[in-house]
Design a binder for this molecule. Sequence first.
Ligand code: SAM
Ligand code: DTB
Ligand code: SF4
Length: 340
Amino acid sequence: MKNTMTETSIRHDWGLDEIEALLDQPFNDLIFKAQMTHRAHFDANRIQMSSLLSIKTGACAEDCGYCSQSAKNATGLEAEKLMPLDDVVEAAQSAKSKGATRFCMGAAWRNPTDKNLAKVIEMVEAVHGLGMETCLTLGMLTQPQAEQLREAGLDYYNHNLDTSPEFYGNVITTRTFDDRLDTLSHVRDAGINVCSGGILGMGESRRDRASMLRELTNLPKHPESVPINMLVQVEGTPLFGSDELDPLEFVRTIAVARILMPASYVRLSAGRSEMSDEMQALCFLAGANSIFYGERLLTTDNPEADKDRALLQRLGIETEQTVETEVKAAKVPCKQAQAG
Ligand code: SAM
Ligand code: DTB
Ligand code: SF4
């Protein structure tokens, strides 16, 4: 058998052809490699669960072609102002009682103003006080803003690359791919954990998917969390009516994300409501080890909590109960290295 260390080592120098070759290989070979890699770094029967809350909804100035919340997309979504602190705390408490260990708050902003950031900081402190990990996704951040968030105790910041640099202009025109990289470096430099991934099924090619993954894996440090979203097609957005992506191509991309970023959490993110149980099981087999949990994403549906519990039980998958467990899981020594 080939040396499995090739698949489990942390690299930042992947070539595009090399990544495309991983995606191109026979499905069974790819899933086998991804599962071996996964087991070298994580407990294969344990996943992490985050809950999401939209703290400011709609009327966004950006033109993201997939998004229900852009003011430029006629989706009929009702815009809402920034949520009061008490409502956010209540939602976080409810998510905690249902088993989520991380609470992610999202705002439909191009970037937060300093005035809004001060209000969000109160939310981070309050959710942190409940003993949950905190995550935010607020759009672009300056370096001082990232530092303020770190001081407030923020654990993760989500900012997706969304797609390849080559395909990017087909999806968004109001900010550049490099703007996104700048925000990621501000977050990283402030010492906040990075959550960054993208969306599949927007009409991009396999090479685009490889290129997006290359951007993520060749960052100076791998994102700790890599959300892979399937496009949720929202009526009124430019991407509504896009050709559906082959579900097995989605699974392949998860597997390659796992191989490229072996110690990162790979999150099976948006789009699970439209996925069969069998497809989700394949995603877990391919190395996904995190999900959004709770019946709502930001503006679209997610599977009911009961349905997810039933699926995880059928698969014998446990959930990480405490933040401490998560840190330990990430530090499990490389079993292949020990064995070999
Ligand atoms: N406004 C902030 C931003 O764009 O960075 C934060 C919220 S935004 C909704 C967070 C991410 O959700 C996007 O970058 C995108 O990857 C994902 N997303 C949004 N709408 C989606 C959809 N319809 N299907 C799949 N993913 C989506
Ligand atoms: C991510 O990658 N996916 C989440 C989270 N980060 C913020 C958002 C998914 C949004 C799906 C569409 C919606 O509900 O509006
Ligand atoms: Fe606005 Fe974020 Fe939606 Fe883009 S993805 S339109 S920035 S809320």
